[in-house]
Design a protein around this ligand. Structure first.
Ligand SMILES: [Zn+2]
Length: 280
């Protein structure tokens, strides 16, 4: 599996970030340009999961709500926006949307505050699927969330030989911040982890008012969790993408990460070559 099989995305720190997970039709964050890039795929989205209320993660939401109402497409499918409870900037944006669209929307729009551990069932998937919220440390004194998609799988219990059902983590999204959650359900199929800074600027990532991860922290996390496909994202525009790729190559060597490694940069998801690769 390659990221492009299941993901459409845009990611550049401070500018815009969003990840659309095609199999579940869930959108994670909704930075500027999301509706413009997705075009009529916005009509497929049933759930939006916002990580926190910074501009680069939410600026595309009001346009998307409006386009789903006015552009050519199926206008009656409901849309649910999930967001960290009490996030004042998301609340302010929802208030704007409510005032602007009052009495005009042709579809049902819900806003659903989420807490750490909140679960949302995703309909219309082949197997029972849910999204679970977890805490990220990003803005001081403010709840910021990451999300994991878990899907029910049947397997043979080695102890009894019986078929049992258990959840399997198919997709993981951190939003912004550090100290990502540990999945209790085994190896993640695919994880998107922010990596705003390079290790040489670790002091910027550690700033208490706005915590971030570095490329090295994110790859170390991926190695600890033994993630199958790790996508680094939210890279700062102070670096050119080649610098970030080179840092990821070194970080993989040091951490022993054995999965597939990528960097999401603007609209591309670029593979990180191995240290001895001629592509480097
Ligand atoms: Zn942020």
């Amino acid at each position: 599996m390659k990221p492009g099989d299941v993901i459409i995305s845009f990611s550049l720190a401070l500018y815009s970030q969003w990840f659309f997970h095609k199999p579940t039709r869930c959108l994670f964050d909704a930075g500027e340009g999301v509706a413009t890039m997705l075009g009529n795929k916005v009509f497929a989205i049933k759930h939006v999961f916002l990580s926190h209320g910074h501009e680069d993660h939410i600026a595309g939401i009001s346009n998307m709500v409006n386009i789903r109402n006015l552009a050519y497409g199926e206008k009656e499918k409901p849309l649910v926006i999930h967001y960290p409870r009490h996030d004042r900037w998301v609340n302010a944006l929802l208030e704007y949307i409510e005032k602007k669209q009052s009495g005009l929307l042709q579809y049902l729009l819900y806003a659903e505050p989420m807490d750490v551990g909140s679960e949302v069932d995703i309909e219309g998937t082949k197997r029972p699927t849910r999204v679970v919220a977890f805490e990220m440390q990003h803005v001081r004194g403010q709840l910021c969330l990451g999300y994991e998609i878990q899907q029910e799988r049947s397997m043979i219990d080695p102890a009894t030989g019986q078929h049992i059902c258990c959840y399997h983590p198919i997709f993981f999204y951190t939003g912004d911040g550090s100290r990502a959650f540990h999945s209790p359900y085994g190896r993640l199929d695919m994880a998107v982890h922010e990596a705003t800074f390079l290790g040489r600027d670790a002091h910027l990532a550690a700033e208490e008012s706005n915590r971030h991860a570095t490329v090295e922290m994110a790859v170390d996390w991926g190695a600890r969790e033994d993630v199958k496909i790790l996508i680094l994202c939210h890279i700062s525009d102070r670096y050119n993408v080649q610098e970030a790729i080179e840092a990821a190559v070194v970080a993989r060597e040091k951490s022993g990460f054995r999965g597939d490694l990528y960097i999401a940069h603007c609209g591309d998801i670029l593979p990180v070559p191995f240290a001895n690769s001629p592509n480097l």
